[in-house]
Design a protein around this ligand. Structure first.
Ligand code: NIG
Ligand code: FE
Length: 420
């Protein structure tokens, strides 16, 4: 017998199903599986049926107490996926933002003891409870902006104890909040104060102590490294990622963010699940990513908030067939935003991506960047009912109408978790 419908969203002005190829490459990024006057039927935590409203309404059987939502003049999309965030922090860094306006660069501030290390000092002081309370607000804001799955990095602890504390906060958020978090260990985010003159020993600590401790507690699916001039070299990144892979983690990399260092090449060579940032990716890096399954996670909010003109060469990457995803990079230093819609606006204006390409980048391709391409980012029978309802008539309003939150309802696993 057919399952009964527990939630029915009908008369949807524009239903963006994202049905189609996974991942989306090249011109396929413009295919969003659009249905006008559509409907989505949900049974429990799963999608039961997707199609034209008249058709779905005529063929599903409603459960008693079925939640019926009429969504004329609205857009419905899969819940967005944010595949790159640093949500576990306390303290803010608006003073550094002003220093950059006055002409200091991100790296100058970092080398002088600010940057990531200033957040690390505060995170180390914070109790797990305090860290949880602050991170929870960040995660709730992402959810309120239509995000139902979040990749979440540690990386503001930089000691075994404080990294475990951060990853435990992510685990707790995942258990208690109505959003899924996909944890990444980022012990190699920066070299902490006490190891400034012992860089090599810090790399050894990450490899020999932190990775085994994180793996023993099964606290991370992924391991990431900030591969950058003045932070971790390509060789150090390779060593850390090799150890992480042996410990059972999949690989990610902050690559070619501020300079071209060969990060994209390393990510492709090691079969990383994603290479992120890529403002300074080389031509060879683009070729290698295009020929790989490694997703390129682009973060135009970071260029924007750092006041840089340089952006990732998204058009070339799409033309060459790279799997392009978009993320907020939500963090207190280089991108203090929880709005993936704002990132879509920047992707349009700065990366010249169409609204449809950007939608592919925050759904299907973002799912691939967290290893969930099979099950997330599409509205399709049998997949989790993660859905966002937007107060707009046309999906192209997403980049166009900027700086406000147009999310009306967020549904996670078949339950309404945000209404506005
Ligand atoms: O992705 N690049 C390294 N990590 C972050 C910045 C973190 C910070 O400044 O606190 C980023 O941009
Ligand atoms: Fe980042």
């Amino acid at each position: 017998m057919q399952k009964k419908t527990t939630m029915l969203i009908k008369n949807i002005g524009q239903l963006v199903t994202m049905q189609g190829s996974v991942p989306r490459r090249g011109r396929f990024m413009n295919e969003i599986g659009l249905i006008t006057n559509g409907a989505v039927a949900v049974a429990g935590d799963e999608i039961l049926a997707v199609g034209k409203s008249d058709d779905i309404v005529g063929r599903v059987e409603l459960a008693e107490n079925c939640d019926v939502i009429s969504a004329e003049n609205h857009v419905v999309t899969p819940g967005f996926i944010d595949p790159h965030t640093h949500p576990v922090f306390v303290g803010t860094r608006e003073a550094e933002f002003e220093m950059r306006l006055a002409g200091k660069s991100y790296m100058e501030i970092a080398q002088a003891g600010g940057g990531i290390r200033s957040t690390v000092r505060q995170v180390r002081e914070a109790t797990g409870e305090e860290l949880y309370a602050t991170s929870r607000k960040t995660v709730a804001a992402l959810l309120a902006h239509g995000v139902t799955s979040i990749e979440a990095k540690s990386g503001y602890g930089l000691s075994t104890e404080a990294e475990l504390k951060s990853l435990e906060v992510i685990r707790r958020l995942n258990e208690l909040e109505p959003v899924d978090l996909y944890p990444t260990f980022l012990g190699a985010h920066e070299v902490p104060d006490e190891y400034r003159d012992h860089h090599k020993e810090y790399v050894e600590l990450v490899i020999n102590e932190m990775i085994p401790a994180v793996a023993a507690k099964k606290l991370a699916l992924f391991c990431d490294v900030f591969c950058e001039d003045g932070v971790f070299t390509v060789e150090e990144s390779r060593a850390i990622l090799t150890a992480a892979r042996k410990a059972g983690m999949q690989l990610k990399l902050h690559a070619d963010e501020l300079k071209s260092t060969g990060g994209a090449e390393l990510a492709a060579e090691m079969g990383a699940i994603s290479a992120d940032h890529l403002m300074f990716i080389s031509d060879k890096g683009i070729e290698m990513l295009a020929a790989s399954q490694t997703a390129a996670v682009l973060l135009p909010g970071t260029s924007f908030a750092l006041g840089l003109d340089k952006t990732a060469p998204a058009r070339t990457m799409i033309e060459k067939g790279v799997i392009v995803a978009l993320a907020t990079d939500c963090n207190p230093g280089s991108s203090m935003t929880e709005s993936l819609a704002m990132i879509i606006t920047l992707a349009a204006l700065k990366l010249k991506m169409t609204a449809a390409e950007a939608l592919s980048a925050v759904t299907v391709n973002a799912a691939c960047a967290i290893g969930q391409g099979e099950r997330l980012g599409r509205l399709e029978s049998g997949l989790p009912a993660d859905i966002a309802i937007w107060d707009m008539r046309d999906y192209r309003e997403l980049p166009y109408h900027y700086g406000v939150n147009l999310v009306e309802t967020v549904i996670k696993n078949g339950k309404v978790v945000v209404t506005r």
